[in-house]
Ligand binder design. Sequence first.
Ligand code: FAD
Ligand code: NAP
Length: 442
Amino acid sequence: MSKVAIIGAGPCGLSALRSFEQAEKKGEKIPEIVCFDKQEDWGGLWNYSWRTGSDQYGDPVPNSMYRYLWSNGPKECLEFADYSFDEHFGKPIPSFPPREVLYDYILGRVKKGNLKDKVKFNTSVTNVFYNGKNFEISYRDKKNDKISKDTFDYVIISTGHFSVPFIPEYPGMKSFPGRIMHSHDFRDAEEFRNKNVIVLGSSYSAEDVALQCHKYGAKSVTIGFRHNAMGFKWPKGMKEVFHLDKLEGNKAIFKDGYEQEADAIILCTGYLHHFPFLPEDLKLKTGNRLYPPMLYKGVVWQNNHKLMYLGMQDQFHTFNMFDCQAWFARDVIMGKIKIPNDADINKDINKWVSMEEKLENPDQMIDFQTEYTKELHDLSDYPKIDFELIRKNFKEWEHHKVEDIMTYRNKSFPSPVTGSVGPIHHTAWETAMDDSMKTFLK
Ligand SMILES: Cc1cc2nc3c(=O)[nH]c(=O)nc-3n(C[C@H](O)[C@H](O)[C@H](O)COP(=O)(O)OP(=O)(O)OC[C@H]3O[C@@H](n4cnc5c(N)ncnc54)[C@H](O)[C@@H]3O)c2cc1C
Ligand SMILES: NC(=O)c1ccc[n+]([C@@H]2O[C@H](COP(=O)([O-])OP(=O)(O)OC[C@H]3O[C@@H](n4cnc5c(N)ncnc54)[C@H](OP(=O)(O)O)[C@@H]3O)[C@@H](O)[C@H]2O)c1
């Protein structure tokens, strides 16, 4: 019987655990599984931590989520096919839940089984070596500061890629008298009440961190984009300007000539795919894109088919795409899906990569990732789910954001699993200051 290591027990690692559990329930003989996570509990980024920097064992903190974070896409786009929101909460709930609610949902599915026994918590994988036959993995029991080794036939990497911040430097930063931080370390917008905040970036973190600062009372929020402005209709007190040129004292000077006094700079400049435990020949090297190269079907490492990566794409689709990837990886490992020859693998990867390179707008990107996820879905027995409805929901959501960035989270969407429509939340997002599950479900 083969032995599989799953590195990371965030949403992707949990999808992998669930996929094997479902095969076992159908009477199939599954491999021995050991999952490692360096946190003390499962859930990945959704397991909120107040910590920044290092944890109590000297390990870098992977968490990047903050207080009062609400889902930035409709929950109906990420719903699990085999575990609906209605089943978990016992009733339909609004479409944009806060973090704690989604965390509860993710865990609800895995708590039903005996999956926690398979996870070694507080355990950081420090080295993976392929000896030509199998993988030798070294891991550190953080509590006891003890390194151990074990051998595996297959490795699934599900360590996420939004934990190691990309931190650029701009002239004048060294002498800036205020606070400079990356969104990875952002925990609570209250800190910026009555402050002039500069946010750098033009993607989801820039958008949401800027909105959070505005919502919690920042005096002004100025967003500096580098290539493309987000272009939303920002409320009074927020504006978007072209690219930071330099800081002079506490003054931020932008390339379009705009100047703004600043108390804090928040770098929403993205993350690095970072796998310090992998040797060069197994390491995925990519930016945050919809189809990283070297991965067959976005999952199987091109140069070693016993190594799989989950969730390494830039993400419109999340939890149900992770599931489709996990079910696919499981079936490759269990020999139910055959990997084609090198030429066909290359052709398949190149097809997706070249399609991705031609994408021009969010609607096309949504179509691309929906087609990718649908193709994967058709290759395994992952339960039926209405991807056409998910595609439609995503496009409507994008258009709602363009209509009004302050109100898009007040809308509701139909479920691709049960068909039920999320009720309108009792409080508009802009005035909802309490993000607890208790208040949300009231
Ligand atoms: C600020 C922020 C907000 C987001 N909001 C949303 C949202 O609203 N909706 C949405 O769908 N998605 C959101 N996402 C996207 C998010 O990436 C996914 O929802 C999801 O968390 C990805 O799951 P993952 O398992 O790939 O990675 P992660 O959630 O990052 O989990 C990876 C796990 O691997 C573990 N790990 C890492 N290295 C090691 C190691 N060497 N040894 C052992 N364990 C290790 C970590 O401890 C962690 O538990 C957000 C991301 C960020 C950064
Ligand atoms: N639930 C929520 O509300 C929420 C909140 C935050 C984040 N998220 C999630 O978090 C994930 C990561 O999003 P992200 O925005 O952190 O990363 P990202 O999508 O990879 O975007 C990185 C951004 O950094 C910019 N950038 C990089 N280098 C820069 C530089 N030197 N100067 C200025 N800008 C620079 C990029 O600009 P260019 O385009 O110019 O390269 C880009 O806009 C996403 O999955 C998102 O959905 C969700």
